[in-house]
Design a binder for this molecule. Sequence first.
Ligand SMILES: [Zn+2]
Length: 87
Amino acid sequence: MKPPICELCMNKFDHREEGGTVSFKKTKQDKKWEKRVKKKSIVEHPPFMEWFCGEHFEAARKLEHLHHHEAMQELRKLFLLEEQSQS
Ligand SMILES: [Zn+2]
């Protein structure tokens, strides 16, 4: 597993206190990855799973039906573009 760093704002956080992982919809490549990992019985961070801090976790979880890259586009629109327009 990767250390808990928010995929959206890149902040480190304590996952025992806030945030968590969101598993997005798996792509074909992700399914291949799963097969490969099961065969080798190694532990890797799944490519479709990402950490989100307390601020972004709820929004990310609402988008878990999307593929990872689609969800990230939506989240950037929701949070990052909003911040830019305010400054
Ligand atoms: Zn965040």
